[in-house]
Design a protein around this ligand. Structure first.
Ligand code: ACM
Length: 697
């Protein structure tokens, strides 16, 4: 780091609240996703109460009326409340032949939402005179309006201020999705809608709605009514249409997933004739992988699927239809004499003549399902297990087991989506997801194969997220995925991504998302009194739920009925406090080598934070003890205290310019590492940063 920049950094650190890093005027400013091009000017436009807007529409047809009304709704509901706080309707100037309003929107034709790769480009120009938003299609206007919303900063005298800028923008990938799992925990329509608003704000354009699984079938079926009847909560068809309409008005497609032949216990509870082993089932109450699958040999299975998919393909207008296809290990098939006999007759045994070739049988099943989906005019999408010889090349492969799934698919000629690396339910960092690219450099793919990489989807599997906390498991990290899918591959600056994520996050909450509010309410509920909240929050803020699939395997047995109301559920998926502390540790360690005198000047910030964590244990223990739901976390609070104490000891030496003896350092690191043990399915997110401090030579 050049010295000049370092001194600037230092100056900023001294004048700002703890941990704030300097605001370097970067070209990206407040925009997330970063647009293709943004040229910033010096001026600004003031949005005042006399603000007006108008849309120039191409020739009036029924399609333009719908497009026009979607644009108007986005302006009035999503953008104006930010441009003119407190006002939901500002003067729309109609029937004026001249572009005289302050905000003038213009589009060439209604975009065809259901065409993957439809033009979503736009240009947005803010000058001191006004705002012009232009796009070839109305979908481009919807994207540009999300950018406009981000530009607005509140004005002290009311209204808002927009910086002068000239933006030209278009997406890198045409398929930018979010999977929401309404099967594991039901997600009411209001939850889906507010997340659709979040998707609009981050320019995501596909809601992948995971609607059936072992734990429930969540759509009303009129042809097979028992499916939803056995499942408890479900969406009526009217609600489904309402969600699809709501999404369409934000430029978002809705792709339904009905996962077959595995993940189907709820179906088998309703229609036992589907079962491979002639058992009767009740809707599954566990999250454990069940490995229960349909009988792929019976014609009645396909008759039922034909009936259901006939109905569901009419309900969902999208041309794509997701049939799942994941995680069936074939154990039920191997154990069924009837299925084995079928496999023998149809040449689906391995070379030994005895063992089932599971892949061959599942390929047979897939082809039958594909026939049904195709008959109803849809293109099939499935998880990467469905890829195999004989799969027609128009089936779309969604890769979840690794990035190789995308490469294998496009090399076989199939379009592909990346989700491996975007599993936001696994509590990894925004930086981790951000580093995952559907089309990294040097893939060795031909241009034609690269074209087949349609994009990707963040996946919000909901074993450990109910309708209350699900927003906090999606946002703001999903915005990092949204940027990866929208912006140029060269947009990779991780600190800048985090800087903008912090700006976007409160904006998402003003849209109606509850990712910040809901965990706070849960903490309040756990604490028992308002006074007890601050120390509990101090603890929760440096905890994260265990990563990947570990939450399934730590002794605590979850069922579908287990309330998600423990400290682990209030802990952030990614702790900002821990990450910012880590930045401070790194800055300090760097300063030690470049400007030793500087260490003393902001070492107090680190010490204050560490002392706060050290002292917090005594403050929070009474709260942890009084609520049975909190008692298990008493241990991790003492761990935080121990870790902070070790770091403070190292800091004291550092302050004196001394280094610890090698033996003392080894002992301290050993003690720290012992604190890695998860407690109540949480881990201390600050540990790696404390370790860097303690192990510094
Ligand atoms: C999956 O996560 N089983 C697609």
């Amino acid at each position: 780091m050049p010295m000049r920049f370092f001194l600037l950094l230092l100056a900023c650190l001294l004048t700002r609240p703890v941990f704030a890093l300097p605001t370097v005027p970067l070209a990206t400013r407040m925009l997330l996703p970063v647009p293709t091009r943004a040229n910033w000017g010096q001026g600004r436009f003031l949005v005042k109460p006399d603000f007006t807007w108008q849309v120039f529409t191409p020739q009036q047809t029924p399609a333009t009326l719908a497009a026009d009304s979607a644009v108007a709704e986005a302006v009035e509901r999503l953008v104006l409340p930010v441009l003119l706080p407190g006002r939901t309707r500002a003067n729309r100037r109609r029937a004026s032949p001249l572009p005289t309003a302050a905000l003038v929107l213009q589009y060439g034709r209604p975009g065809n939402l259901l065409t993957v790769g439809e033009d979503e480009s736009y240009t947005l120009r803010v000058t001191p005179m006004g705002v012009a938003l232009n796009a070839p299609t109305h979908l481009g206007l919807l994207r540009g309006l999300a950018t406009l919303r981000e530009l607005a900063a509140p004005n002290k005298v009311g209204g808002s201020v927009l910086p002068e800028v000239d933006v030209a923008d278009a997406p890198r990938f045409p398929w930018r999705g979010l999977l929401m799992d309404a099967a594991r925990h039901f997600m009411p329509v209001a939850v889906i809608k507010r997340n659709l608003d979040g998707m609009w704000a981050t320019k995501l354009n596909v809601l992948h709605w995971h609607l059936s699984d072992d734990q429930g079938f969540r759509v009303e079926s009129r042809t097979l009514p028992r499916l939803s009847q056995v499942s408890g909560q479900f969406y009526s068809q009217r609600q489904v249409r309402d969600v699809i309409r709501y999404a369409a008005r934000r430029g978002i497609r809705v792709v339904p997933e009905f996962d077959v032949p595995g993940h189907t216990i709820a179906w088998q509870a309703a229609y036992p004739e589907l079962s491979s082993n002639d058992s009767t089932y009740t809707v599954y109450q566990s999250w454990r992988l069940a490995n229960v699958a349909f009988d792929p040999t019976k014609e009645t299975t396909y008759a039922l699927l034909d009936t259901l998919f006939g109905e569901m393909t009419r309900l969902f207008p999208d041309p794509y239809f997701h049939i799942g296809g994941d995680e069936n290990d074939g154990r039920q098939w191997r154990r069924s004499p009837r299925i084995m006999a079928f496999a023998r007759t149809n040449g689906m045994l391995k070379a030994d003549g005895k063992t089932l070739d599971k892949h061959a049988l599942q390929t047979y099943f897939n082809r039958r399902v594909l026939g049904i989906v195709t008959k109803y005019g849809k293109t099939m999408v499935g998880w990467d297990e469905i890829l195999g010889p004989g799969l027609p090349t128009n089936a779309v492969i969604q890769s979840w087991r690794g990035k190789k799934g995308v490469l294998d698919a496009v090399k076989a000629g199939n379009p592909a989506l990346l989700s491996s690396g975007y599993y936001i339910d696994l509590n990894q960092s925004a930086a981790f997801h951000y580093a995952t690219d559907p089309l990294p450099d040097a893939t060795g793919l031909t241009p034609a194969q690269q074209q087949l990489v349609l994009g990707g989807e963040a996946t919000m599997w909901a074993e450990f997220a109910d309708s209350i906390i699900v927003d906090s498991r999606i946002w703001p990290r999903t915005a990092a995925v949204a940027e990866r899918l929208w912006s140029a591959a060269t947009v990779r600056d991780v600190p800048d991504m985090y800087r903008r994520l912090a700006l976007l996050s409160p904006q998402l909450e003003t849209l109606g998302l509850q990712h910040r509010r809901a965990p706070q309410l849960l903490l309040r509920q756990l604490a028992g009194s308002a006074a007890a909240v601050p120390p509990l929050r101090t603890l929760a803020q440096v905890l994260e739920p265990v990563k990947e699939y570990k939450r399934h395997f730590q002794g605590f047995i979850y069922t579908t009925q287990t309330p998600l109301n423990r400290l682990v559920d209030a802990a952030p998926a990614e702790s900002d406090g821990a990450r910012e502390f880590g930045q401070l540790v790194d800055t300090l360690l760097m300063a030690r080598t470049t400007a030793p005198s500087a260490v003393r000047r902001y070492l107090p910030q680190l010490r204050d934070q560490l002392q706060l964590w050290q002292k917090n244990d005594a403050l929070v223990q009474p709260t942890l003890q009084q609520n049975p739901l909190l008692q298990e976390y008493a241990l991790i609070s003492t761990h935080l205290k121990t870790a902070a104490t070790l770091a403070l000891e190292r800091l004291a030496l550092l302050e004196k310019g001394q280094t610890p003896t090698s033996a003392a350092q080894t002992a301290a690191l050993k003690q720290l590492d012992a604190l890695k043990v998860p407690v109540g399915q949480t881990e201390l997110a600050v540990l790696p940063h404390l370790r860097r401090l303690v192990e510094a030579k």
